[in-house]
Design a protein around this ligand. Sequence first.
Ligand SMILES: C[S@@+](CC[C@H](N)C(=O)[O-])C[C@H]1O[C@@H](n2cnc3c(N)ncnc32)[C@H](O)[C@@H]1O
Length: 260
Amino acid sequence: MPADADHSGYFALRDQLLGPLRTTVLTSDQLCEAGRLIYGDPYGLSLLGVPAPEMTANGITLLGRTAIECSVDSCVIPVVDTLAALQAVTAPEGPDTANPLIVDLFCGSGNFGHHLGQRLSRPVHASEFDSTVYNITRKNLDRVKSEVQLHLLDYRDLLDRLPARSTHDTYVVEPPWGPAFTAHGLDLTRTSPPVPEILDDIRRSRNGLLCHIVIKTSDQIAHNSLARSFTRARHLTTITPDPLLPYGTNMNFHLYELNS
Ligand SMILES: C[S@@+](CC[C@H](N)C(=O)[O-])C[C@H]1O[C@@H](n2cnc3c(N)ncnc32)[C@H](O)[C@@H]1O
């Protein structure tokens, strides 16, 4: 039987990264161990195009919390490609169709915004309100010469600064899960802040113009909360990376068109 076939190492690591190591900069060995336990391979934990075994040499640092909360390259790139393909076949509408917004509202590592900007060749705005996460992400983005414009801001303040431009405006919505992540699945009405509240904040900033939303969930949703959060929205597609972990702990990525 493989060393971590029952995933006990994963669950112990998860508790460490969200607990005592939450605000600790991980060592190279810890980064590689996180890659192995979460993705089955140290190279699976890859952000901004830099895999865990090469992070330290490239000046990339990660806090414990971000190592578990982040969306890694192998997950983000298919989502970004799918969004690009969807937007390529629809004509945008709105006051500034040439310059659609990309906004990574809860950016953490900034990896989603980074890949979206690269793939769509557009400027990206990202908000992160935790100054420790912000400082590390700022440095990492600089190391890879990312053009993401990172703001030390609450997402609501960033929304206030970015009026709607086009129906291709895209918002990444990945708030912390905290107590929303339960044995019965992820309850999107209990994230911090709750997803329905975030979607209402986005709507308020848009004067009725449609937009695209990218959201990550686990593969088990509690209380039908994904559908209940996106009642005034059209589901476009869901991308399901190969499941590596037990049911309930794998990631799914959903694309929606948000209505007013
Ligand atoms: C789940 S993580 C995001 C992970 C990210 N998508 C990545 O790939 O690394 C959520 C992040 O949002 C930040 N955050 C939480 N509430 C926020 C708020 N009101 N405004 C801006 N950032 C917030 C947290 O500090 C945390 O770093």
